[in-house]
Design a protein around this ligand. Structure first.
Ligand SMILES: Cc1cc2nc3c(=O)[nH]c(=O)nc-3n(C[C@H](O)[C@H](O)[C@H](O)COP(=O)(O)OP(=O)(O)OC[C@H]3O[C@@H](n4cnc5c(N)ncnc54)[C@H](O)[C@@H]3O)c2cc1C
Length: 307
């Protein structure tokens, strides 16, 4: 039964460990429960594992569905069926046991399939779109369930049709290939080692890459050149091993993170005349002071200035 919480402290649900009180949060435990909630048409957001989210530290007057308790998935030969809340890392471990290759990149990162398909998650030269076959989504506008094939998905870098339409992912199907256990395992171990050495692991609360890579460049490289590593704002700090990660090292607030992001954004704009855009999503009230900075960083009016 979906658990509902009023005035819920959201902080510990996010990998950033930042956030205030939310008016209502509900945790469905199956796709059917998710669907019944969506049919009520009362909810402002559907989230997965909240690993790409910055929640405001102030009161959030919203109703949120979090799917992370929906863990259903199945593997039949090369076909994988997953539900919205299933964590990629859990499925990738099962794929290894069955000698299936294609999900090695998911090992050790905290996305659910809903979140990963939403933004076409990728790493280590693999992307969720590579093995995707189809998805069942709920269209909030027509209030119907649709089946989308790969051609319908408009997958691009950090983008899918889910970013354009009011579609909520319910379930998805993938086709992987059989490979050699040793090879799959080696790739996974290498991916884990890379994350440990280069990225902020979940030991330091964070939300993954903060900015998207601009075309033909890397946000991390530009921020590194701007000497952002180790820069601080309140309890937030640019990670010392990777300039495109912010860690919550000492009870950071959303305002600390956004102020630091704005410094990063401004420095790259000033030095390289490039606008880097946030990859993480912000959930808060539009009237808040921090929201103004957020809007500037996302505004189409601050277009990339030609070099
Ligand atoms: C340590 C760390 C490492 C990371 N490494 C990577 C990486 O290598 N590659 C990468 O791509 N990302 C990475 N990320 C970022 C993050 O894990 C991914 O963006 C992931 O896809 C987010 O999944 P989530 O379930 O946490 O989504 P959430 O953060 O909960 O939500 C993200 C977005 O997806 C939408 N969404 C979630 N579920 C659904 C649904 N069912 N239907 C429609 N929309 C939905 C939400 O509305 C929101 O807009 C990393 C994050 C961390 C903390």
């Amino acid at each position: 039964m979906a658990e509902v919480f009023k005035n819920y402290n959201i902080k510990n649900e996010s990998t950033f460990k930042i956030g205030g009180t939310v008016k209502e949060v509900v945790f469905p435990e199956s796709v059917d429960e998710l669907l019944s909630l969506l049919e009520k048409n009362e909810y402002d957001y559907v989230l997965g594992n909240c690993s790409n989210i910055l929640f405001s530290s102030e009161f959030i007057n919203k109703k949120i569905i979090i799917t992370k308790r929906i863990k259903e998935f199945s593997i039949n030969e090369r076909i994988i069926k997953v539900s919205a809340g299933t964590l990629g890392t859990e499925v990738s471990k099962e794929c290894l046991k069955k000698n299936l290759t294609g999900f090695e990149f998911m090992i050790g990162f905290p996305g659910s399939f809903g979140g990963m398909i939403y933004m076409n998650a990728s790493a280590h030269n693999q992307a969720i779109s590579d093995t995707f076959i189809s998805a069942r989504v709920y269209d909030k506008d027509s209030k119907t369930i649709l089946t989308l094939n790969k051609n319908d998905m408009n997958f691009k870098y950090r983008h899918s049709i889910l970013c354009e339409k009011n579609y909520i992912l319910l379930e998805a199907k993938f086709e992987l290939n059989f490979g050699e256990y040793e090879k799959i395992n080696d790739t996974m171990q290498r991916n884990i080692e890379f994350r440990k050495s280069k990225q902020a692991s979940l030991k330091y609360p964070n939300a993954g890459s903060i900015f998207k890579n601009p075309e033909n460049d890397s946000a991390g490289r530009l921020l590194d050149l701007c000497e952002m590593k180790g820069q601080k704002e309140g309890g937030a700090m640019v990670f010392e091993n990777h300039a495109n990660f912010i860690i919550n090292y000492d009870n950071a607030t959303s305002s600390d993170v956004i102020t630091l992001m704005y410094k990063m954004y401004s420095k790259v704009r000033e030095n390289y005349r490039i606008d880097i855009r946030p990859e993480i999503k912000y959930i808060g009230e539009t009237g808040a002071e921090e929201y103004k900075l957020w809007e500037i960083m996302n505004s189409e009016n601050t277009q990339t200035i030609q070099k």
